[in-house]
Write a protein that binds this ligand. Structure first.
Ligand code: FEO
Ligand code: CA
Ligand code: CA
Length: 657
């Protein structure tokens, strides 16, 4: 979700107000050493890490980063594509020798019985069968299940939110709230959620194809879901419609996500607060709802005018049923999605799994809010590839942790376990369900490190390190900087590299302490006030702003998609860099999005010959009548349509090689 969605957030506004209420905020006193000292500390440790590298299988320490552009060092990137310039246009642009083709658009058929798209006559019944709005997380799941087939698979795509200004003509759409009709609300609910479509590349490019027997829409309107894990069935999860506290209709604001070793998809419920009307202060959940930003004019959608459960004064517990990680089995179209409460409740950006040496699974999640936290979940039981049934509910039991970063380069995982430290009845916690429903307040009390909006968190399959993308935080003041978030007024964001200990050549993502480094501090290296930090040879087109999602190819290159770069005067883009060797951190521009769009969900096929990208909110900031682009159709009367594209190399080769 792009900055325009975050900036009006009353929670964020409160965080900058002079009279902020620290009862509701993390209190992590900062010694605030100067930025230069922090960078020196982090770089100073590189010599030590070089030494460590000799004893491990981890590769590629030691290429120093430099603040500012230029520099005499040769820093060859192992990426071979010709860098494209920063720019902005009505369409997309990709590196020479590559092609970007639209695969599926908002309104295209998903189920076999879906009607064709009619933008002037949108209905909920049609939208429930068509591709939803504002595509975000994208996973390619090969067919058959568990294979590495890069020519036929399931495209699994989140639909994060709707943008009424571009979805409806002005006389029909009255903005995010007010004047909207019941049918429009139902249509918007149907445009949220997730799509599963079978796709195939028989040599002539990718097409939505195949039998379609897996094709499915999951929506906020009508898809029943099961709640599982420690919070399921708790009193605070019960509503009039669901006295069991174990069943909920739909999922909201599905942003990034992840996949599991047992071939399911995890989708993250992010800004759920924006869907609830009413005054939370009148409810028994006032403190809880306040910490998640409900109320204070924070509702962005008017669904509660027609649907009682989206009014907290009528259903005070309904928000507790959102903000979770949802697990979907895309290979079973009849399966019920499951909200896994053990992974905590917050504005989940994504969920990335790692298999540890002993078979336990770690799941990394960011809470995308200014001054919120990074989390990790570790399963109690080990993954068993030979016993699929045993893995089905693996994510229901385990330990959730929040991250604390220290200036000496250590990071510590703080267990969010009932009874641990302040997580007791004295502070309003009466069991693990309370700790999970109020994950943020639990992490506040444990002293987790307030971050600059942690979005995607992904692990590099080659070096075993985990990369935390902090997109930006313009509200961070100098007296609230901390070692891992060192820039006041952080406009451009940064990427942190987590370094778990290594045992028998494999990273141990269950360890209680890691080391950490900066991978880059984004911004314009030619502007000293940005205090950016890249490899010295960064080009005038290689620098970036507002990193959001990322992925890795099989050779360990990081591919970074941005959200918010228009603030820098050019389109959101995809950048790629080495994570090891002399080109480590040398980001290069590969792809430009259409005007107004952010780029989400970068995902490779197993052979790295196709890169899927979700183009979200093209024409963002403009209107249905006068859009800033009509990508991808470019037809009069047709607004821009969020779409997933497939990028391939014209000679069929491996992307970036
Ligand atoms: Fe939905 Fe944090 O982006
Ligand atoms: Ca995002
Ligand atoms: Ca974002």
């Amino acid at each position: 979700m792009t900055d325009p969605m975050q900036d009006p957030d009353p929670e964020a506004a409160r965080e900058t107000s002079a009279d902020e209420d620290d009862d509701d905020l993390p209190s992590n006193p900062s010694t605030a050493p100067p930025l230069s000292a922090l960078i020196d500390m982090r770089l100073g440790r590189r010599a030590t890490l070089k030494g460590l590298a000799a004893f491990t299988t981890l590769a590629g320490f030691g290429a120093p980063l430099f603040a500012g552009a230029g520099g005499a060092r040769a820093a060859p990137s192992s990426l071979t594509f010709e860098e494209i310039p920063h720019g902005v246009g009505k369409g997309v642009r990709v590196a020479p020798g590559y092609s970007a083709r639209v695969l599926i658009r908002w309104g295209d058929r998903v189920t076999a019985d879906a009607p064709g798209f009619d933008v002037d006559n949108q209905t909920a019944a049609a939208q429930e069968k068509q591709f939803g709005y504002n595509n975000d997380f994208t996973a390619y799941m090969p067919l058959p299940r568990g294979s590495a087939n890069s020519r036929n698979g399931l495209l699994c795509v989140n639909h994060e939110y709707t943008d009424p200004h571009l979805m409806w003509p002005a006389e029909k759409g009255k903005g995010f709230s007010g004047g909207i009709t019941r049918e429009q609300v139902r249509t918007e609910m149907a445009a949220h959620g997730h799509s599963i479509v079978e796709i195939r590349n028989a040599g002539g490019g990718w097409r939505v194809a195949g039998s379609g027997r897996y094709n499915r829409r999951i929506t906020a309107l009508g898809t029943p879901m099961r709640l599982s894990g420690p919070a399921a069935g708790h009193e605070r999860m019960k509503t009039r419609a669901d006295p069991t506290g174990r069943r909920v209709i739909g999922t909201l604001n599905n942003c990034a996500g992840g996949t599991t070793p047992w071939n399911t998809v995890l989708i993250a419920e992010e800004n759920f607060h924006g869907y609830f009307l009413g005054d939370p202060e009148t409810t028994p959940e006032a403190r809880n709802h306040k910490r998640y930003g409900l109320g204070r004019g924070g509702a962005r959608w008017a669904w509660g005018e027609y649907v009682d459960r989206f009014n907290v004064e009528k259903e005070p517990n309904e928000p507790n049923r959102f903000g979770w990680i949802v697990e979907i089995d895309p290979y079973d179209p009849a399966s019920t999605p499951v909200k896994r409460t053990a992974l905590g409740r917050f504005k989940h950006e994504g969920a990335t799994t790692v298999i540890n040496p002993g078979g336990h699974i770690s799941v990394y999640c960011g809470d995308d809010q200014r001054f919120d936290y990074l989390y990790r979940f570790v399963t109690d039981r080990a993954y068993d590839p030979a016993n699929p049934a045993a893995n089905r509910d693996l994510l229901d039991s385990g330990t959730l942790y929040a991250a604390r970063f220290d200036a000496d380069g250590t990071m510590t995982w703080l267990p969010l376990v009932f009874g641990n430290g302040p997580l007791t009845p004295a502070n309003g916690f009466h069991g693990q369900a309370d700790v999970l429903i109020e994950t943020r307040r639990s992490a506040d009390l444990l002293g987790a490190t307030p971050m600059d909006r942690p979005e995607d968190v992904e692990t590099n399959p080659v070096n075993g390190r985990t990369y935390v993308i902090c997109t930006n935080n313009t509200n961070r003041r100098r007296n609230r900087t901390n070692p891992a978030n060192p820039r006041a007024g952080n406009r451009h964001g940064h990427i942190i590299e987590l370094i778990p200990p290594v045992a028998d050549g494999q990273a141990d993502h269950t360890a209680r302490t890691y080391r950490w480094e900066f991978f880059l501090l984004a911004g314009d290296p030619a502007k000293p006030r940005d205090r950016a930090m890249y490899l010295a040879d960064i080009s005038a087109n290689g620098w970036l702003s507002a990193p959001d999602n990322c992925t890795f190819d099989a050779r360990g290159h990081i591919w970074i998609a941005t959200d918010g770069q228009p603030a820098s005067g050019f389109a959101d883009s995809v950048y790629a860099a080495d994570t090891a060797g002399p080109g480590r951190g040398l980001t290069r521009c590969f792809f430009n999005a259409p005007r107004g769009a952010e780029i989400c969900g970068p995902a490779f096929t197993p052979d790295d010959r196709t890169l899927f990208l979700a183009i979200q909110h093209p024409g963002g900031g403009s209107t249905f009548e006068d859009p800033s682009t009509r990508w991808p159709d470019f037809r009069p009367g047709m607004p821009p349509r969020p779409s997933v594209i497939a990028i391939t190399r014209d000679d069929g080769g491996v992307i970036g090689s």
